[in-house]
Design a protein around this ligand. Sequence first.
Ligand code: F6P
Length: 554
Amino acid sequence: MAYYRTPHDVTTLPAWQALEAHRKAMQHFSMREAFNEDPQRFSEFTLSSAGLFLDYSKNLITTETRKLLVNLANEVGLKDAIKAQYDGELVNASEGRPALHTALRRPVGDKLQVNGVNVMPEVHKVLNQMTDLVGRIHDGLWRGYTEKPITDIVNIGIGGSFLGPELVSEALLSYAQKGVRCHYLANIDGTELHELTSKLRAETTLFIVSSKTFTTLETLKNATAARAWYLAQGGSQAELHRHFIAVSSNNAAAVAFGIREENIFPMWDWVGGRYSLWSAIGLPIALAIGMSNFKELLSGAYTMDQHFQNADFDKNMPVLLGLLGVWYGNFWGAQSHAILPYDHYLRNITKHLQQLDMESNGKSVRQDGVPVNVDTGPVIWGGVGANGQHAYHQLLHQGTLLIPADFIVPIVSFNPVSDHHQWLYANCLSQSQALMQGKTRAEAEAELRAKGMPEAEVQRVAPHKVIPGNRPSNTIVVERISPRRLGALVAMYEHKVFVQSVVWGTNAFDQWGVELGKELGKGVYSRLVGTEETAAEDASTQGLIDYFRGRHRG
Ligand code: F6P
């Protein structure tokens, strides 16, 4: 299969080498001084688009850094790569597929040929199919086996068939439609199924088996167990179609499971799992917030798509965020990146971005199979603020690692309580300020002396109070979380990930690394249950199998 473009050795590019030299020149760069010296720094390094405001002024950068990073984007051919992705070229070379999540957000009337077929009518046909189902459920016309309306939706899916829908439907809880609750069943851990079904009534529950491949072990096991639960609760095989629908590109397997063909919502192989919340995989979102809000979500993402494609790189949010990640990962040795949403409704964004970023950019070879010679995707981690401030922020402030962070915060709260939101916003800002500013030894000593501490004590305690500062962060401010702005936010991160893959020459759209564990899992399982007599490949695995079997016998 041909590559959509020839990958490069990025380290040989003039812009890369210029960045290496620039990095040396930046060794003693101080953000604190840069802010003191340049009153324009904030306006120089901020921009707005698609309802998002990005402040990237608290970074280890000058206008020269930005220029060199943009040169790098130009030298790796980012403009052409974006066009190739949007036009449906085979940007997923190892699987010989396009990656067309952007097509899912395009308006009616647009045309996009994939293998000689305009896919846009099909995309909008599925949206209409979703509109019909959502309408029937919300209007109480879709009924369970006792003729009662559906009150609970359970999405059975994992990875991309779970994380994106869960993030969005929970982030947009303020837009939730009355009368329908959405739940998620992802893990094969029976406790999850047990805890969930104990709250539900089969007669008013609709299960969506959400699996692009319809081969994913966890999802199939859960779907089978949910079907058994439904039958045990009094549901019949004949009425199963009222309670089980599917989203999948594997029609035959969904039919074999017992789902009626007309209740299978199609997926396409040109949509990757972690990019699929915009497709029928987003059904639980649409059921939670209604179809017009779902379309607003798509429209927000489309606005970001347009921005990504058309804005100059030095004013382009996903491009700048992607390049800043390259700057820290490849030139400053950063190995992780923190995502810190200061909003309860966005608490799941870190989990979604973990899959999006780490499954996309956790690669060691380029599109042509040649090993990369630079570090690729960072570890993505984090969690909701202000909780993190009382847990892991200590390491951000005083640890030895450089960890860039994205703070995400809305201006307006849906649930104002006294002055809580002002405090939440203040906490967010003061964290990025503390990371940037730090506290010098002289400041620490002066602070202690001002408290009347004896000089010997001052000298003993001061080193512990020094905070290095100069730690980079971006702040993304959203006026108020809405379907449109959330769509733009998630799309922004999708494009950021793509930018980085283009710089490294890797494929952001395959995930072969997850396969080995799945294959080995079958062997381990057979040995656990005794259908395989031969020993496992290594003594540790065999020892742990024996331990399990011994305990189960006893
Ligand atoms: O195992 C990883 C993965 O393939 C993800 O890429 C995907 O999002 C997830 O499993 C679920 O896949 P499916 O939708 O095919 O069940």
